[in-house]
Write a protein of this length. Structure first.
Ligand code: FES
Ligand code: FES
Length: 199
């Protein structure tokens, strides 16, 4: 048997729960999360570490899970987008994304939120430059980034409260807006699903 065909037993804690499995040596953490554990909120874009869609937090650090082998994650603690909202209550950052129109097609959103949340965890009051740096590895083709930066800033400034979501939000791009028109409205339900990684 060739070395690359070997499999290994791993134990990984994901969103507070422990999972044990046997994985092939070439399986990525992204594949492990999606195919073995069925955490589908983490997105796969480029698969080569350039888009940031697959970002999760591993032992307190934002990582692109397509570049981490599952065996490398053995013994680690992972946070995915599914673990952010508690009892259906979005985090202040997730709410801020909706409030500021930082969610359009939503493909980048789970990874973007994990990168931004990791920054806020390490530095609750980041500068604009800190925010830009933190999300520099996360590509967004829809928003132009400004709304995302404003969303993160609003949490850093304490402007986003726990329960101040509006029903619908006028936003500045296309994506899943009403009629697919730029400047249309993204429904609260739609945006919540995207920020929570369930859409
Ligand atoms: S899918 Fe991992 S960085 Fe693009
Ligand atoms: S890629 Fe960022 S919202 Fe569409």
């Amino acid at each position: 048997m060739h070395e690359y065909k070997k499999s290994f037993s791993i134990t990984v804690r994901v969103n507070g729960n422990e999972y044990k499995d046997r994985v092939p040596s070439h399986m990525t953490l992204l594949q492990f999360l999606k195919e073995r554990l069925h955490f589908l909120g983490t997105k796969e874009g480029c698969s080569i570490g350039e888009c940031g869609a697959c970002t999760v937090i591993m032992d307190g650090k934002a990582v692109t899970s397509c570049l981490v082998l599952a065996v490398e994650a053995d013994g680690s603690s992972i946070r995915t987008i599914e673990g952010e909202a508690k009892n259906g209550e979005l985090t202040p950052l997730q709410k801020a994304f909706i409030e500021h129109g930082a969610v359009q097609c939503g493909f980048c959103t789970p990874g973007m939120i994990m990168s931004a949340q990791n920054l806020l965890d390490r530095n609750p009051h980041p500068s604009r430059e800190d925010i830009v740096e933190a999300i520099s590895g996360n590509l967004c083709r829809c928003t132009g980034y400004e709304q995302i930066i404003q969303a993160v800033q609003s949490v850093a400034n304490g402007a986003t409260k726990q329960n101040n979501l509006v029903g619908v939000k006028s936003v500045g791009g296309g994506g899943d807006t009403e009629g697919g028109q730029p400047g249309g409205k993204v429904s609260e339900h739609n945006s919540k699903s995207k920020t929570g990684g369930t859409l």
